[in-house]
Design a protein around this ligand. Structure first.
Ligand code: EPZ
Length: 426
């Protein structure tokens, strides 16, 4: 029920520091179950998905110590097997990484079917295919995925489609399996490389992460480690587009330019000026942008997690843009909300046709998922007048201190928190 209230039309200027990558952190945190000693993780984003992960570990009996805002010490040496309950698993997709890690640790895993952003059909058949190929059996009853294996044995697995989650679950299951596992048609996202680097720092033997063939030689034990999570390329891309949409001039600090290449090249193509440096970018917004066509693809293609944010920018570009969402069945639910703000968009299945308008107008809108919420913030920031965004819990799942970071860039945005009493009064 909490809201963001934006009084838009202000140019963003200054520097924003990018936090650790959500989709790396939510894979690395469950992976600490595999260590026989404590792990210290740096640059962990303070977001709700991470909090849920830490709650699950604590429920299992892990010792979780918040050393500071973004540094966490996890000792999972004395955890016990348990069912990861629906109320914990339903709000995020990454809860399914406890399947592979608990299966590895206990020979059994029971996790409720995952939740996460409502982007259309999101089956887990490729995950289950990996577990079965490695020697496990599973049932799905009463909403619980129950997987068992006396032993996990390395094998060759070809993914029927490129999937980040199943690639990660396969790596987590295979890293202590007996023998060699070869993953083919694997996803290549930066957070997969980050997970592999984390596991290798614990003594794993994983090669080829970041390519479509990943070789994993199982090891008997993994030790504790200290590790720094990579910066979040999607958070960075979101602020790049916010700077562009407000004709601002913003330094995006603490990034890895290579991870941003598909985003940077697309924004430059429509006319955004971007200066690239070792670990920061400067984004200089322009009066108006060119139309474009874009199709979301697995990395290193244009990321689906940046599709809503780019679409919000293109609603004010010159001419007709076409956005094709090839990764998910229904990732245009936010378009109705942009229409409330005056956007001229028609959607036919996986394709959105955007007729650029001079400007949008502020309106009351509702976030339907994490990146849709980010797109509505971008639209509100770029637009004179008041935009109220409801259901901002979606946004707070994956963006650390977003309203504070935007305020520091000169945005007029406040978070209105509704107490229970206020909620009852409404
Ligand atoms: C991860 O989701 C991310 N989430 C998503 O980010 C991201 O959009 C997605 O990867 C693609 O990059 C996390 O990392 C926690 P997939 P995931 O498996 O793993 C289908 C965000 O905003 N599929 O790569 O669920 C699936 O339905 C979130 O941060 C199967 O058919 O994505 C989808 O259409 C949103 N069978 C496509 O593959 C399977 O077994 C890609 O899914 C698995 C997936």
């Amino acid at each position: 029920m909490d809201k963001f209230i934006i009084n838009g039309g202000k140019r963003l200027t200054g520097t924003v520091n990018i936090s650790g990558a959500k989709n790396a952190a939510v894979a690395i945190i469950p992976a600490t179950i595999l260590a026989d000693g404590p792990c210290i993780l740096y640059n962990v984003p303070e977001i709700n998905d991470v909090s849920i992960d830490l709650r699950i570990l604590t429920e299992m009996g892990a010792e979780v110590k918040i050393i500071n805002k973004n540094t966490i010490r996890i000792d999972a040496a004395h955890i016990r097997d348990m069912v990861v309950p629906y109320e914990m698993a339903r709000s995020m997709r990454a809860s399914y990484y406890f399947l592979s890690t608990m299966l590895n640790r206990f020979g059994r895993a029971r996790v409720s079917m995952p939740g996460g952003c409502d982007l259309g059909d999101r089956p887990i058949d490729q995950h289950l295919k990996c577990f079965k190929a490695l020697g496990a059996d599973y049932t799905i009853e009463h909403g619980i995925v129950d997987i068992k294996a006396d032993k996990l044995i390395g094998t060759q697995i070809y993914f029927d489609r490129v999937t980040v989650g199943a690639t990660i679950n396969a790596i987590l299951a295979a890293c202590k399996a007996e023998g060699l596992t070869i993953l083919e048609n694997a996803a290549k996202e930066p957070h997969i490389v980050d997970l592999a680097n984390f596991l290798n720092s614990m003594g794993a033997d994983i090669m080829g992460a970041g390519t479509d063939v990943i070789k994993i030689r199982g090891v008997n034990k993994l030790h504790g480690t200290e590790y720094t999570v990579i910066p979040d390329q999607i958070e960075a891309g979101t602020y790049m587009i916010a700077a562009a949409a407000t004709k601002g001039n913003v330094i995006i600090n603490n990034i890895i330019p290579k991870h941003l290449e598909p985003i940077t090249s697309k924004l430059r193509k429509i006319g955004v000026v971007i200066e690239e440096h070792d670990d920061y970018l400067r984004v200089i917004g322009q009066e108006r942008y060119e139309k474009t066509t874009v199709k979301t693809m697995p990395h290193p293609g244009f990321p689906t997690d940046m599709q809503p944010q780019l679409t919000a920018l293109l609603t004010m570009a010159k001419g007709t843009s076409i956005v094709t969402e090839s990764m998910f069945d229904n990732r245009f639910r936010y378009v109705d909300e942009l229409r409330r703000m005056g956007a001229d968009i028609s959607v036919d299945g996986k394709v959105a046709i955007i007729e650029g308008v001079e400007h949008l107008t502020g309106a009351p809108v509702k976030a339907s998922d994490l990146r849709a919420g980010a797109a509505l913030i971008i639209a509100g920031l770029s637009t004179e007048g008041i935009t109220e965004i409801e259901d901002i819990y979606h946004i707070e799942r994956g963006y650390e201190d977003m309203e504070i970071k935007l305020q520091n860039l000169g945005a007029d945005i406040v978070k209105r928190v509704f107490t229970d009493g206020m909620r009852k009064a409404l």
